[in-house]
Design a protein around this ligand. Structure first.
Ligand code: NFS
Length: 648
């Protein structure tokens, strides 16, 4: 086993070797043990929906072509796919719902550990929801917004307010004509489960249509609510310096790693961990202090708002524990490997679960209640401090970390690209029109042990910025970029093409903008809506020279995200194909014909260099269509160009 074949990140390679030496299993080992994986499952053509099955379709056309009920490959794969969307949209939206409940609690209670931190954003969002803001008290506006946001989840009539308040009018028309304007968040998810029950829908296009409606209720609904209410409650991010990679753990301090997705507990932990009394307690135990670090999207939440360092992305959770330097790994929900439970048993590390939705064998459960947030946070930090003296042996922390700048949002990009005196999207649009910036790409999503860890993200991003494509990033992709130094402002001179470097250096931004966690992909949607509204680049998101990608995706959430970008008009390239390849008509629809319906489509490409090339070609074709590519400077990319441009 060569660790370089598993991860391109040096700190991770070091820990992967250590795990091998210690005989500890990790996700890569478990993947190997699974090989060869089930071909039917990969192609999406096995069905376990009823007990007449399990059924499977022979992809070679020799064996059965129908399940017992008569479902063919397209029906089976479409049902499986939209159920993935239901899972992903549910995860994002339930996160949004929890934030909305906390928000309501803040508004209603007299004394509470949270408060409204961004009144300006509160007023802006409330106004979009049609709530009267002028001359009203903050509390009253917030109360109305809490009710309006919560109603979005379960209302029985009409459509989502945000689906008509945020996207460009042309986009709304596309959805109306296709009949996919989301009605309410929960309803679209429930309806997927109904439509995919045995004996309901079998028309694959009609099944996908419900998938489109549900993912739109995620991106422009549940996720957007999560992002916006979090900004109002915990403060809107602002550019902030940070460190990333396992080297942010500190052998001399009490290390607490917060992992998962929701900011409610972690945000309080940030504040409480700075209490002098607790720091003194840590010092009395022989530690130099309390060191907080994040993992996965919880990391992104507290990084964006407080500059808390990031220990790593999805595939580094086991590696962080393996350092032996983590006193407490505190988890909430999503992307938490069950393997952490048994691994924690080999170290002094306490794995603490906090959500009633997420209990893990081998973990201690301390249930988090928003109305006792500070008290519970103190209790957990004390456990970590007490545990410091139980560290066995020496901590093995790789001495690797990078610095960068995060904290970009739909609102503050105005300031950076527009300059403080001219806060608007105009300079961004102008730089795209004049060709200094060719376009923009959202590179997002997970890690997947099927791809070399971080390699896909980094190779793709480097090629995009080399070709003057501005990159916005979220989730584990953003963490990969940060660890590789791509979020340093000086990365512009080092990695970018001339045009993009010029723009980045003038305004002092890195070429890869960290816009937050995975629910914050909603920020990318609202950025796109603002670019359209600014004018000069068409009427709809599907006119823009932009593309999306998830080069190492693995989760159902990523399917929902990809689908809502496609449904919003964005060409979206992913590495591991959607599990639909055994269904020829469905595959053709998703990767081709769907573009006529929604303006965006999917593409599958494992090679990140080729994938980036496809995105650049798409961006150039959109520029052609907009008429902003002057004949003289028009650049077509043939194979030779691609090779010349590829890095590494
Ligand atoms: Ni997104 Fe965040 Fe990471 Fe993937 Fe998981 S942490 S929500 S799903 S693995 S980016």
């Amino acid at each position: 086993m060569d660790p370089k074949e598993r991860s391109s990140d040096k700190a991770s390679q070091e820990m992967i070797s250590r795990m091998a030496e210690a005989g500890q299993q990790n996700a890569w080992d478990r993947l190997e043990a699974q090989l060869p994986q089930c071909g039917f499952g990969k192609l999406g053509i096995c069905c376990r929906i009823c007990t007449m099955g399990p059924c499977r379709i022979d992809p070679f056309g020799e064996g059965p072509q129908f399940g017992v009920c008569g479902a063919d490959a397209d029906t089976i794969a479409a049902r499986n796919l939209v159920r993935m969307i239901a899972g992903g949209a549910a995860a994002h939206s339930d996160h949004g719902r929890d934030i909305a409940h906390t928000f309501k609690m803040v508004v209603e209670s007299e004394q509470c550990d949270y408060m409204i931190k961004d009144e300006l954003k509160l007023r802006e969002v409330a106004a979009r929801y049609g709530i009267k803001v002028e001359g009203r008290q903050t509390k009253d506006i917030a109360g109305d917004l809490a009710d309006a946001a919560l109603a979005e989840f379960g209302k029985q009539e009409g459509t989502l307010i945000s689906a008509s308040a945020y996207p460009p009018p042309a986009r709304q028309k596309v959805w109306q004509e296709l009949g996919i304007t989301p009605r309410s968040i929960d309803r679209e998810i429930v309806e997927i489960m109904h439509r995919t029950h045995i004996g309901v829908g079998s028309d694959y296009k009609n099944l996908v249509k419900q998938g489109l409606r549900a993912c739109l209720s995620d991106g422009w609904g549940g996720s957007l609510i999560a992002t916006e209410l979090s900004d109002i409650l915990f403060g809107s991010p602002w550019p902030i310096r940070f460190g990333a990679n396992l080297g942010v753990l500190d052998a001399k301090q009490v290390n607490i790693v917060v992992h998962g997705h929701e900011p409610t507990l972690s945000d309080i932990i940030v504040a409480v961990s700075q209490e002098p009394e607790l720091i003194k307690m840590a010092k009395d135990k022989g530690a130099e202090g309390i060191n907080l670090a994040g993992m996965c999207c919880t990391a992104n939440e507290i990084l964006m708002r407080h500059g808390i360092p990031v220990a790593g992305n999805f595939l580094q959770q086991e590696l962080a524990m393996m350092t032996g330097a983590v006193e407490v790994m505190l988890v909430d929900v999503q992307c938490i490997m069950p393997a952490l439970g048994s691994l924690s048993g080999c170290f002094h590390t306490k794995l603490i679960t906090t959500s009633p939705k997420c209990k893990i064998a081998g973990a201690e459960h301390i249930e988090f209640h928003e109305d006792r947030a500070v008290e519970i946070a103190r209790e957990i930090i004390k456990i970590a401090i007490e545990n410091f003296e139980n560290r066995k042996g020496k901590a093995n922390i790789p001495k690797l970390m990078e610095r960068g700048i995060a904290g970009f949002t739909t609102e503050n990009i105005f300031y950076h690209l527009g300059g403080r005196f001219r806060a608007s999207y105009r300079p961004l649009n102008d730089n795209i029109i004049n060709g200094r910036i060719r376009g923009a790409a959202g590179v997002v999503g997970c890690n997947n042990p099927k791809q070399v860890h971080d390699y896909g993200h980094l190779t793709m991003i480097r090629k995009l910025i080399k070709n003057d494509v501005l990159v916005v990033s979220t989730g584990c992709s953003a963490i990969a970029a940060a660890k590789a130094g791509l979020m340093r402002p000086d990365a512009a001179a080092k990695y970018c093409g001339k045009g993009l470097a010029e723009v980045c250096e003038t305004v002092g931004i890195p070429p890869v903008l960290h816009v937050g966690s995975c629910v914050d992909n909603s920020r990318i949607l609202t950025i796109l809506a603002n670019v359209v509204a600014e004018g000069g680049l068409g009427e709809d998101i599907s006119d823009l020279p932009v593309a999306g990608a998830a080069p190492e995706w693995m989760s159902e959430k990523a399917v929902s995200i990809g689908m809502y970008f496609v449904a919003s008009g964005v060409y979206t390239v992913i590495a591991e194909p959607l599990p639909v390849l055994g269904a020829p008509n469905l595959t053709r629809y998703l990767t081709d014909e769907i573009e006529k319906d929604v303006g965006g489509k999917w593409a599958f490409e494992r090679d990140p260099i080729k994938a980036a090339g496809m995105m650049i070609e798409h961006i150039e074709s959109k520029r052609d269509a907009l008429g902003i590519n002057k004949e003289a400077e028009r650049k077509l990319y043939d194979m030779e160009d691609r090779r010349a441009l590829s890095i590494e």
